[in-house]
Design a protein around this ligand. Structure first.
Ligand SMILES: [Zn+2]
Length: 218
């Protein structure tokens, strides 16, 4: 599997510094599990991070910054071991294995979002307000067009997506900033499941977008 779409260097630096929100940090951590390229880049940022931190004003540093940075850098490699039995009942029937980086998350049932479109709330331990969700779209589905006032992180878990900028396959992470106003389509013959998180507000256009916004709180 060749991964063509990666998180930005800025997001990796923020992850290394413990300055990325919990939702985007989860999505990027899932990407890191499958992407040796980004694991290497993160390690390099970690190596230079100490020097950068020394140049920052002490007031800008949270007291537990180093601890949180180390925690976030502690990304486990993919494990073949089965999920803990205690978690299985809480997870919807996804038809796929969830990455082990999501093992500590509580995952709600699939909920209707539109024809052929489902979503599931992902709760991160200690960060109940993080805007992160699983999305599942049927093959051929056109997702509502939307833009952003922040960043949107979208990691493909199964199936594929396309939009005006390219094609996204399992392992790819699409990071869309406020320059992007896109209209993704579920490509290929199989359903697409992805893990999505947003920072800032997401502006959704069209009738489905107006339906989605109050439902998911974005
Ligand atoms: Zn990568």
């Amino acid at each position: 599997m060749t991964i063509r779409h990666h998180p930005s260097d800025e997001s990796l630096v923020r992850l290394a510094a413990g300055a990325l929100g919990a939702g985007p940090a989860l999505v990027v951590s899932v990407h890191l599990q499958g992407c040796a390229v980004c694991r290497d880049r993160l390690a390099r940022f970690e190596a230079v991070g100490g020097a950068l931190l020394e140049e920052m004003s002490p007031a800008a540093l949270a007291p537990d910054l180093f601890g949180r940075t180390l925690e976030r850098l502690d990304v486990d490699p993919p494990e073949p071991a089965p999920r803990p039995v205690a978690n299985v009942k809480r997870w919807p029937a996804l038809g796929i294995e969830l990455p082990s980086a999501m093992r500590g998350c509580e995952i709600g049932p699939w909920r209707w979002l539109g024809p052929g479109f489902r979503w599931s709330k992902v709760k991160i331990e200690g960060s109940p307000d993080a805007k992160v969700m699983l999305l599942k779209g049927k093959a051929g589905l056109h997702l509502p067009g939307h833009g952003h006032t922040g960043l949107e992180f979208n990691q493909i878990l199964s199936g594929s997506l396309s939009d005006e900028r390219g094609h996204y396959f399992p392992g790819d992470l699409d990071e869309a900033d406020d320059e992007v106003d896109h209209r993704p389509v579920v490509a290929g013959q199989t359903d697409c499941v992805c893990l999505a998180a947003v920072e800032g507000d997401t502006r959704l256009h069209g009738i489905l977008g107006r339906l989605l916004r109050p439902l998911v709180g974005f």
